[in-house]
Design a protein around this ligand. Structure first.
Ligand code: ZN
Length: 512
């Protein structure tokens, strides 16, 4: 039975170009999606820019642009990365699109009807010069513990103390330098602590196969009841005061949804926009019980995707996610990527240098598994892996026979592989179901190891039969044709990590 899959990757924040961490996630999801499509399943694979929030509003202002202009320009730069690394999204949308405004407001109204929205007055720092409430990251001051100057509102980089912005000594707004004042404001909360939310989330997270073991263990900590008998799930502040770049809260003038409320709804908006553009019925698709909704995300946003997001969907009467696939981060030579320290690799620079996208796709695939583990990009290891596996084994097979097939046999394969050839082919085909299972389970590293073993097998066959010698002998054409055929047939199993474009036979080297 063909499956119906709605697959997303996390929405990137629209304040900067992609980094290699984004590309890792897109490559992981793209390989999985490509595999599902090869199995004949129906896949709708979408993503969007996460366009809202204070950081974008402030960055746009600094750049002398409207937030809309700012995010449109960022969005305009996405295509070169996605095409460059052969990522096959069906649609790329924006959380500032009209579909998302509509969906976010609909979902909010439904949650309110369910009695799950509370109003509470909270006090927050306010910049009297700028006339806006300050998110924690825009407040600095002296550490309440060690007195270090210019520390952020949540923690001290000098002594490691963790605190709230109101505990800072001599606080100031990083936007204007003004001393912030405490000001009260009415906020809206999604009541995640309600017993029915907790009951639902216990049930949803506990479904076998839905979440990885490590993720489940983390969630158990979040559910744990503290020494005072309180559940750890607290209500979620979903509103922000104007000025804010976001979606207006219905019936609440001057109030906007916190960016994290409307961001995941962007998955639905991207799908709806895709359906509308391609003549599909979004409502019918979402109402189909056979549709599997699957999100690929990084480990840092697990809380949002395994608690808030399913609860929002459930209590607004919508389909809940079937699976959330969480991955770790990518490090470079064992170090966390850091722009300021100049570590990390720029995906665009990689392409500009003339490096083949397939090399990075292969290398990342070879390192990925189904666990929430960080993977490391190591330049020396990258070159060695690409040269030994991709060029030395996999491409080698084709390059050893493709010439004969093209020049001598008009590009047509022989219908006859001979008894020996057939036994090699049978061995290759016997490996298929295991490899398929590994792809399905996102055990790409293991799948590629299996595939490389098969490549070894074919290379052994070619070595034994030496088609280059047959080619020199008169009257051996039929034999040569037979022996060359295997080289092409064996390439089938490995293709989900590769794009439709052919991989280069050039070796990877630092000189490019
Ligand atoms: Zn300190």
């Amino acid at each position: 039975m063909p499956r119906k899959l709605f697959v997303t990757t996390a929405l990137p924040y629209a304040n900067a170009p992609f980094h290699v961490g984004h590309m890792m996630e897109y490559i992981q999801a793209d390989i999985w999606v490509r595999f599902q499509r090869m199995q004949g399943h129906e896949v709708h694979f979408v993503c969007a820019d996460d366009a809202h929030g204070a950081p974008i509003m402030i960055a746009a202002e600094k750049a002398g642009k409207t937030p809309q202009q700012f995010v449109t320009e960022i969005a305009g730069g996405r295509r070169q990365y996605l095409d460059g690394f052969h990522i096959g999204f069906d649609n790329w949308h924006s959380t500032d699109g009209p579909e998302n405004h509509q969906l976010a407001q609909d979902i909010y109204r439904a949650l309110r009807r369910q009695g799950l929205i509370a109003e509470r007055t909270i006090e927050q720092f306010f910049d009297p010069v700028k006339g806006m409430f300050l998110p924690d990251r825009y407040i600095k001051g002296e550490c309440p513990r060690c007195g270090a100057k210019d520390q952020y509102g949540d923690s001290c980089e000098v002594c490691g103390a963790v605190y709230t912005p109101t505990e800072l000594k001599n606080p100031y707004s990083t936007l204007t330098g003004a001393t912030p004042v405490m000001k009260a404001s009415e906020h809206y909360f999604f009541q995640l602590s309600a017993q029915r939310c907790i009951d639902f989330l216990q049930e949803w997270t506990g479904q076998p196969g839905r979440l990885q073991t490590e993720v489940l263990n983390k969630i158990k900590e979040w559910f744990a009841v503290d020494e005072h008998g309180h559940g750890a799930l607290s209500d979620w502040d979903i509103s922000r005061d104007a000025p804010y770049f976001g979606i207006e809260i219905p019936d609440a003038p001057g109030k906007y949804f916190y960016v994290w409320l409307d961001a995941p709804i962007g998955y639905l908006a991207a799908l709806k926009n895709y359906c509308d553009k391609s003549g599909r019925d979004y409502d019918a698709l979402m109402a189909d019980p056979a549709l599997e909704q699957i999100h690929f995300i990084g480990k840092d946003i697990t809380y949002f995707h395994t608690l808030f997001w399913p609860a929002m969907l459930k209590f607004s009467g919508r389909k809940v996610p079937d699976r959330v696939f969480v991955h770790g981060f990518i490090t470079v030579s064992g170090e966390k990527m850091s722009k300021s320290r100049g570590t990390g690799i720029s995906p665009l620079r990689y392409l500009e240098l003339g490096m083949n996208a397939e090399w990075l796709r292969y290398y990342i695939a070879a390192k990925l598994n189904s666990k929430v583990e960080d993977i490391d990009f190591n330049p020396d290891d990258f070159i060695a892996r690409v040269n030994s596996d991709l060029v030395g084994k996999y491409i080698n097979i084709a390059s050893r026979a493709a010439g004969f097939i093209a020049k001598r046999f008009g590009g047509a394969l022989s219908g006859d592989v001979g008894v020996e050839g057939l036994s090699v082919l049978d061995a290759l085909r016997a490996g298929c179901s295991d490899i398929e299972r590994l792809y399905e389970e996102r055990e790409f590293g293991k799948a590629l190891r299996e595939i490389m073993l098969l490549a070894d097998r074919v290379n052994e066959y070619v070595d034994q039969h030496k088609p280059w010698e047959l080619a020199k002998q008169a009257g051996q054409d039929a034999v040569l044709h037979r022996k060359s055929r295997l080289s092409c047939a064996s390439r089938r199993c490995a293709s989900p990590t590769r794009s439709a474009r052919s991989a280069s036979t050039r070796s990877a080297s630092t000189s490019t």
